[in-house]
Design a protein around this ligand. Sequence first.
Ligand SMILES: *[C@@H]1O[C@H](CO)[C@@H](O)[C@H](O)[C@H]1NC(C)=O
Ligand SMILES: *[C@@H]1O[C@H](CO)[C@@H](O)[C@H](O)[C@H]1NC(C)=O
Ligand SMILES: *[C@@H]1O[C@H](CO)[C@@H](O)[C@H](O)[C@H]1NC(C)=O
Ligand SMILES: *[C@@H]1O[C@H](CO)[C@@H](O)[C@H](O)[C@H]1NC(C)=O
Length: 875
Amino acid sequence: MLVSLGLLATPSAFGSFAPLSNNTRTSSSKATNHQIAKQLAVNSRRGSQKLLRQIVFPCNSVYGRVSYGSPISAVLIEDSSTMATSEEDTENIGILGVDSALRPFKDHFEYRIKKYVDQRNLFEKYEGGLEEFAKGYLKFGFNREEDGIVYREWAPAAQEAQLIGDFNGWDGSNHKMEKNQFGVWSIKIPDSGGNPAIPHNSRVKFRFKHSDGVWIDRIPAWVKYATVDPNRFGAPYDGVHWDPPPSERYEFKYSHPPKPKAPRIYEAHVGMSSSELRINSYREFADDVLPRIRANNYNTVQLMAVMEHSYYASFGYHVTNFFAVSNRSGTPEDLKYLIDKAHSLDLQVLMDVVHSHASNNVTDGLNGFDVGQSSQDSYFHTGERGYHKLWDSRVFNYGNWEVLRFLLSNLRWWLEEFKFDGFRLDGVTSMLYHHHGINMAFTGNYNEYFSEATDADAVVYLMLANSLIHSILPDATVIAEDVSGMPGLGRPVSEGGIGFDYRLAMAIPDKWIDYLKNKNDEEWSMKDLSCSLTNRRHTEKCISYAESHDQSIVGDKTLAFFLMDKEMYSGMSCLTDASPSVERGIALHKMIHFITMALGGEGYLNFMGNEFGHPEWIDFPREGNGWSYEKCRRQWSLVDTDHLRYKFMNAFDRAMNALDDKFPFLSSTKQIVSSTDEEDKVIVFERGDLVFVFNFHPENTYDGYKVGCDLPGKYRVALDSDAWEFGGLGRVGHDVDHFTSPEGIPGVPETNFNNRPNSFKVLSPARTCVVYYRVEESPEETNDGNLGSVNETLQAESAKQENIEELATVVYQGESLGETNDYDLAGVSAKSPIDGAKQENIEEPASVQGKRIVASKPDDPEQEEKKMEDGTVDD
Ligand SMILES: *[C@@H]1O[C@H](CO)[C@@H](O)[C@H](O)[C@H]1NC(C)=O
Ligand SMILES: *[C@@H]1O[C@H](CO)[C@@H](O)[C@H](O)[C@H]1NC(C)=O
Ligand SMILES: *[C@@H]1O[C@H](CO)[C@@H](O)[C@H](O)[C@H]1NC(C)=O
Ligand SMILES: *[C@@H]1O[C@H](CO)[C@@H](O)[C@H](O)[C@H]1NC(C)=O
């Protein structure tokens, strides 16, 4: 929801929005000034200053010191029939064992857990349980019964109510509704002549009289489709009764694809996915764009802007109709076609769901049901609490029974009816705190997370939501857009956590923008970068990204455009030599995306187009730009043109995703940064058993560069950003075997090289990244040669095997933690003796020796021999 952080009070004020991502705003008026400044910057097209969010956790902060303790509490099991009383529940809160620093906040956890349990018990008592409760769409809105259609609407503030629409000529005098004790209005409209009285795809509205005696027409809250007359400027939306006959209903052919080990997410906006100057459709996206996503080896698609939002430029974040598929790109059946097609390609589909707030538009949206009644009788809080100053939108009352029904049912609806595989929940920070994150700088101090400022109703809502989603679809993936990093957000509800599977690592893109805007390449700090990338709670999973939709909305620009700017208009042809700026841009584009993926999280996200370095920025059609679609589309021709350099970035993106398929490193809990050398500008790390070497130096190529590793043996290149196919110079030999040398005295980590028990030497060209994998020795490979050598080899093998087993024990310690969901990405907080890399010890003087191509000196003959085996030496 960063996008609409900057949404202006009225669309007409500027015709569009300006992004804000500074959580430390000191006043909202400042923010407004900033928006204006941004808008001006947009007009001048250059020089805008995006203020950066400040969440600076020092490396080795509490985030690195996570202790593991008591087993997961089984108290809060999902089956509420066996649910213990609240008092007992709080005895054993698993999350307090996961992180002892949470213990001072035991009361807070007890309070929210009790609230959660009480709520579930109430659902059990009155609604047949949480899952039943979340089938509200079978009661509310329009539903077929045996001989007619029943329509129900919760509107306690209404004095009288009618159903109007095409079916009765918009005259409700014969279709008056009745209200029950809970403020629910209903009417049954019998079939006429065996046909439904309200035809499929006909327009309907709820007409009610409020306390002032005024009659108003509103779109039914649970409506499944809403349309607008495109020929009338500023026309209001109408509700549409969507109940296609079987022949027109889309039937799913494919089931949910298996859950990937780690999500590699392609974030997409269907409307702007065409290269033409128009809004693209669900079906065209399915047929034209999904195959691209598949070809680039993503395993998950995340769709923005699915729920109807009458203001297009809100990017889908000002939702007006929560159960309706946005009409701009087609019908509900068309969206089903898209999802089914994705499933046929083994792509999971996540929906960007917005429950953090609602559009304030009264004629088109849910806000129309607020006619000044009390919070208890409304979807929204009254007064300030019900209004989001920065987003100019309405804030839900998550403590209200009917609001819970509406929102929880909404989640179930998208899962059941459309077969989504999970959600990205937007604006979670805004939900978690009464201050919505406005004027807040999160420093990592736990008091900021657990205090009076925490909105317990919202926290409980999110616990209910996550628990519901996972009980309907155990394999669902649910991602929180939270910038605060609240501890426990990504821990199971059964432990007292909030139950998300992942959190978006929102500080990472800001770091890149900061570097690209404010630092020369010489000033890049390897330690700072690796700290920022690994700075997360290692017990909770993150989705990393270098840039999402947020980073390229108007006023900012894509990373590629940051890097290459106007040269993207003239310098992208392969037919001419790349200028230094284009060469640097493409090299860093690959490195930035890849190190973000490899080091930044347990999943990865890319926004549509950025995989190939889409230029410019995103700007929705609005008055200010003459309603232009020029910047609201994706120029696929750029990547499809063979003589343009975009294809290199695309090929690399494809390869880095494929690498994770082949050597699942994203899901690995083993992450060890062994070297961050400020002088060399090199970062060396291991993820899984892969060894990554990133050389950010603008000029220096290092030959025979010694890199630490865990397992001994033979290493080879798994991925090389310098390869020709990725627009590189092909300097690194791919047929070269890199044999390891043991390091230090076994069992004495201090004597190791960068705290790694083994090492090998590589060629590391300037501004490249190369990944090495350990070659599994197979018998065939060692079988040739005479008998004597076989004997030798076998002996050597068995000796090596012992060594490996010894090491493996250590690694497994980490993995067994992983099984209980305890993340031990050893980068910051390694605990095993061998992985005991202390961050302070990383830059050992030894690591500087003999690496620079000019100063390359063999430290001993044996090492030199190994180096000679690295065929790249001679080249
Ligand atoms: C956030 O915005 C405030 C007010 O504009 C500014 O003073 C502060 O420096 C900004 N913080 C960052 C990290 O950019
Ligand atoms: C609500 O949306 C309609 C168009 O759908 C627009 O004409 C109207 O101005 C909007 N109202 C507000 C308050 O934004
Ligand atoms: C949106 O709804 C209108 C009115 O029903 C319809 O004519 C139009 O085709 C729909 N748009 C799309 C893209 O299907
Ligand atoms: C292989 O090594 C063993 C000692 O481990 C030795 O007894 C045997 O003679 C060797 N065989 C050959 C063919 O060299």
